[in-house]
Design a protein around this ligand. Structure first.
Ligand code: FE2
Length: 436
């Protein structure tokens, strides 16, 4: 006779798992019904290769709407749409892709691409969907000349499902950025080193955008633009729906020209780092290096990790680091490890006064992980801390100044990179000789 017992056990197990799954889904505090409206939500600005003249202005609505408009001007118009000099009606709109359980959050994206902007100029904007508006906000384009330019560099802002509370670490880090942004109007954007949310689903991206809009926008309503990079938690379609760019040249790798003499090559660690991307990188560095005072790189997974195994960085150390060294990059940034780091200057996989400093490693809201400060490249004068953090980088005429800030706004690190190569080697050697 057949023994049904094992089958019965299996069926019971499956039933228990299924009901557990239901419970988990039902308990996801991110998923709440959104009020149906065409009122614009979560205005944000995206920069890419030419932030002195191009930007994408984006918002969302919970009803599809029919008529979406961006009004913009170099003078404030107090959201009086009749007074704005420019009006853009060619808006790229569509429905956010939703998982079954996300249906109560049904939403639509709207992206307005501008390519005729003036550099270092404040633009006052109002967006409208079927007559509903959000009020007037503004953003400032990047310089096209040689003036100092500042930028936040930071990433890993994902939260656990239990962390939608008002004072979560991401919102606190956004507040730290806002206060710095208000004090330093020369900051042009946040270069995000990726991993925005746990997964790129709308029920999570919604809160990322909400937090960014509510907490990084200054008291005088200046928006903090974003240079996006893609990480391992950003692989769902929602990321592409949120960070749309017309005729994107590559798969989320590009050069951000942040003033006349400064370029940051933003790479994608989630696709082949050899092949087309490496060919592109080499060509780009070859073209840029003779023209740029400052040349940097930024991407998600580190070449010199502060938490994960040293072996984890091997592929980047083989594919990209030799190019960084050949073209003498000034600064390289990454995320992914949930910590704060500044390495020793590194050349040929050892500490060297003629080497490159690497900063990172992601701390914009995700829980910090334990660093391994005993690694050769993190020992003093290198720094490795298990803390929330954001870097503020100032690309000046004579030096790059790097400051790292923690969740209470406290300074975690300060470092300068002199332009003059002899002075830089002397400065780095001095640090290596006097590590403490
Ligand atoms: Fe990551």
């Amino acid at each position: 006779m057949l023994n049904y017992k094992p089958y019965l056990r299996l069926v019971i197990c499956l039933l228990v798992l299924a009901s557990f799954g239901e419970v988990v889904l039902a308990q996801d505090p991110h998923i709440v019904p959104l009020e149906k409206s065409t009122k614009p939500l979560h205005l944000y600005v995206q920069f890419e290769s030419h932030p002195d003249r191009e930007a994408v202005i984006s918002w969302a609505t919970t009803l599809p709407g029919k008529n979406h408009v961006l009004y913009y001007d170099t003078q404030p118009r107090d959201a009086n749409t009749k007074q704005y000099t420019h009006r853009l009606t060619k808006i790229h709109s569509g429905a956010y892709t939703l998982e079954k359980d996300e249906k109560p959050m049904e939403s639509y994206y709207h992206h307005a691409y501008l390519n005729n902007l003036q550099p270092s100029t404040r633009y006052y904007i109002t967006v409208e969907s079927d007559g509903k508006r959000l009020g007037e906000y503004s953003f400032i384009t990047a310089p096209a000349d040689d003036r100092d330019v500042m930028m936040f560099i930071g990433g890993d802002s994902r939260l656990g499902a239990d962390r939608v509370e008002d004072d979560n670490a991401r919102r606190r880090m956004n507040t730290v950025m806002r206060k710095l942004f208000e004090k330093s109007p020369g900051i042009i954007a946040l270069a995000h080193t990726a991993d925005y949310t746990n997964s790129a689903h709308w029920s999570q991206l919604y809160y990322w955008l909400k937090d960014h809009f509510e907490k990084t926008t200054t008291a005088d309503k200046r928006l903090l633009p974003i240079f996006p990079a893609r990480g391992n938690h950003d692989m769902d379609i929602g990321f592409e729906e949120m960070f749309w760019w017309p005729n994107r040249q590559n798969d989320y790798y590009y050069t951000a020209n942040i003033n006349k003499n400064t370029a940051i090559v933003i790479l994608n660690t989630e696709i082949s780092i050899n092949g087309d991307q490496r060919v592109w990188l080499e060509k780009e560095l070859q073209t840029l290096r003779p023209k740029k005072r400052w040349l940097g790189a930024l991407y998600h997974r580190p070449a010199y990790p502060s938490v994960r195994a040293y072996e984890d960085g091997e592929s980047r150390r083989r594919a990209w680091v030799p190019l960084f060294e050949e073209y003498k990059l000034d600064l390289v940034s990454s995320g992914h490890d949930h910590s704060m780091k500044r390495t020793l200057p590194i050349l040929n996989v050892k500490a060297d006064a003629n080497g490159i400093v690497y900063i990172g490693d992601g701390g914009l809201g995700v829980r910090p992980r334990d660093v391994d400060p005993t690694r050769w490249y993190l020992k003093p004068p290198g720094v490795a801390k298990s803390v929330h953090n954001v870097h503020m980088v100032d690309y000046g005429a004579e030096q790059i100044t790097i400051k790292a800030f923690g969740i209470d706004g406290q300074t975690l690190d300060y470092f300068v990179i002199p332009l003059n190569r002899a002075a830089r080697a002397k400065h780095y050697q001095n640090l290596l000789d006097n590590p403490n």
